[in-house]
Design a protein around this ligand. Structure first.
Ligand SMILES: Cc1cc2nc3c(=O)[nH]c(=O)nc-3n(C[C@H](O)[C@H](O)[C@H](O)COP(=O)(O)OP(=O)(O)OC[C@H]3O[C@@H](n4cnc5c(N)ncnc54)[C@H](O)[C@@H]3O)c2cc1C
Ligand code: SF4
Length: 489
């Protein structure tokens, strides 16, 4: 049996062919020299790798080396690896002569995706998701979707409950750090002090599972206590409740500690036993075997140059306050709180990512590639394969509409409807011009004005563009937003 090289995002048992298989794990320092990652992300990845080595005992070689290539060249037995998750890593393993197996850790195989994609003109997540539900028999009643409907999104767009500061769900139990975590913390401190390696964000207690045991415990807790109200408040934000009823499972899923099908099967079992309603379970299943798998396959399906797409010609570099997560420099309450969340825990849920961080960057014309790199480094669950479709495509509309039918641009009214941020903000979401002009509202109109030519052929943008021409204060607004530029709002 060949020794199985496990990358740090391939740590679950499903990446081995049988329990006793010999394993190679590599801790490459060069990875951390190349990019300034969030300190808590570096901690999580190293902790997960070292915990896996400790679990496997003599079965695993954990090699600490500058580069992967050094570690592999020093290994005398033949190696096999499950298909890596980035083009760079795939090319590397090929160059090193390692046997490459099919990818694991996703619900749909490359063959099934290719066959599905070949049979249609446009690639829509909704179609892909329905196909995956049928193929895996998830939430199905014979050939029909459980409950008679494929999509319960209409039930899943509630604003936060009126007056609530926190959803009525228990937070996931805190993770107890151990000796391995203490060792990782000491090493990272030393790398920073003596080795010129830099991080962004603040250190803090490890919040995300680094072992399969911890990941299964989080999954169980989520399905029992949080899944029942996941659906309705999926898109809502509360300043005092950053987690809402989200699962916080993206990091363990992306480390390979959980398999997506086991996750959705547990959620489905909660529906079948009456413990969770269909809209919550369907919404969650859609995220995992729909969105997660879809963006994975698009990473490989789109041409390698896709990540450089920049159809809106956005060329402004990320400002320092944003790049360095300086939330205290920001007065806009929504942006400051979300940026603080990234700084303090390397995680915020999908709406702050899309409608606060991504939306603001797109409005200001920041470079999509720089945003993708930032998301990759600053989030505990950030990986190259997730960036392509989510950041370049969906959040920055840099592909001109291959991923989404219109830009995810929104003004303060969206934030106001879906959160409790605006009440305590020094800006007013209804004001476009002047001292209290909301940077999201004014930024939205300035974005439409700047990109009108590029967006005018899109029929879904007809109504907003007609609205733009009805604004009587557009000139003043455009001047104001030029002056605001990329300064911290
Ligand atoms: C601009 C932007 C950047 C993002 N960057 C990342 C990223 O770096 N890594 C990442 O895993 N997800 C990313 N996402 C998707 C999504 O925001 C996160 O997966 C989710 O917020 C993680 O929190 P959770 O585990 O509580 O998710 P939940 O809301 O509980 O959702 C359940 C699971 O569905 C999966 N999922 C849902 N949507 C997506 C999606 N669009 N792409 C991939 N997986 C999805 C995740 O595995 C997640 O754990 C991004 C989304 C946007 C809009
Ligand atoms: S008023 Fe504008 S800047 Fe302030 S919280 Fe609302 S959307 Fe954000």
């Amino acid at each position: 049996m060949t020794r199985r090289w496990l990358f740090a995002d391939q740590l679950g048992p499903h990446f081995l062919d049988e329990p006793g298989q010999p394993v190679l794990l590599v801790e490459s320092k060069a990875v951390f020299r190349r990019r300034a990652f969030h300190r808590q992300k570096a901690h999580l990845v190293l902790s997960a790798l070292r915990h896996r080595a400790a679990e496997l005992k003599d079965q695993a070689h954990l090699v600490r080396a500058e580069t992967y290539a050094e570690a592999v060249r020093a290994t005398d037995s033949p190696l096999s690896v499950c298909h890596p998750t980035s083009r760079g890593a795939r090319d590397l393993v090929r160059r090193l002569g390692v046997e490459v197996l099919a990818p694991r850790g996703f619900a749909t195989s490359p063959q099934d995706f290719t066959a599905w994609a070949a049979s249609r003109r446009g690639l829509r997540m909704e179609d892909f998701y329905r196909d995956a539900r049928r193929r895996h028999g998830i939430l199905m009643e014979g050939a029909e979707p459980a409950g008679g409907s494929w999509n319960l999104d209409a039930d899943n767009r509630e604003p936060p409950p009126r007056g609530a500061r926190h959803l009525d769900v228990p937070d996931p139990p805190a993770i107890t750090e151990d000796e391995i975590d203490h060792g990782v913390r000491e090493d990272l401190d030393r790398w920073q002090r003596d080795d010129g390696i830099e991080f962004i964000g603040r250190d803090g207690p490890r919040m995300f599972p680094a072992t399969r045991r911890e990941a299964l415990a989080r999954l169980r807790h989520f399905v029992t206590h949080r899944l029942p109200i996941f659906g309705p408040y999926e898109d809502a934000m509360l300043a005092g409740d950053p987690l809402m009823a989200h699962s916080l499972l993206s990091a363990p899923l992306n480390l390979g500690l959980l398999d997506p099908l086991e996750v959705v099967e547990r959620a489905e079992a909660a529906y079948r036993s009456g413990a969770a309603p269909l809209n919550s379970v369907e919404g969650f299943v859609r995220q995992i075997i729909g969105w997660r798998d879809f963006v994975w396959h698009l990473y490989w399906h789109f041409e390698p140059g896709y990540h450089r797409s920049n159809k809106l010609g956005a060329t402004t570099p990320l400002p320092k306050w944003f790049a360095e997560l300086d939330a205290d420099a920001v007065e806009a309450r929504c942006l400051s709180d979300v940026l603080a969340g990234v700084r303090d825990r390397g995680w915020v849920h999908h709406i702050p990512r899309l409608m606060v961080l991504g939306n603001y960057a797109m409005q200001r014309g920041w470079r999509p590639g720089a945003m993708a790199d930032w998301f990759h480094r600053a989030f505990v669950d950030g990986y190259e394969w997730v960036m392509t479709a989510n950041v370049v495509g969906m959040s920055q509309y840099a592909d001109g509409g291959r991923m989404s039918t219109k830009p995810y641009a929104g003004g303060g009214s969206y934030v106001n409807r879906m959160s409790d941020y605006c009440g305590g903000c020094r800006y007013d979401p209804k004001v476009r011009v002047g001292e209290k002009a909301c940077p999201f509202t004014a930024g939205y109109w300035a974005f439409l004005e700047r990109n009108e030519a590029a967006l005018s052929g899109n029929h879904r943008m007809g109504q907003p563009l007609r609205g733009l021409h009805r604004l009587t204060d557009l000139d003043a607004l455009v001047e104001q937003e030029k002056a605001r530029g990329s300064r911290a709002p």
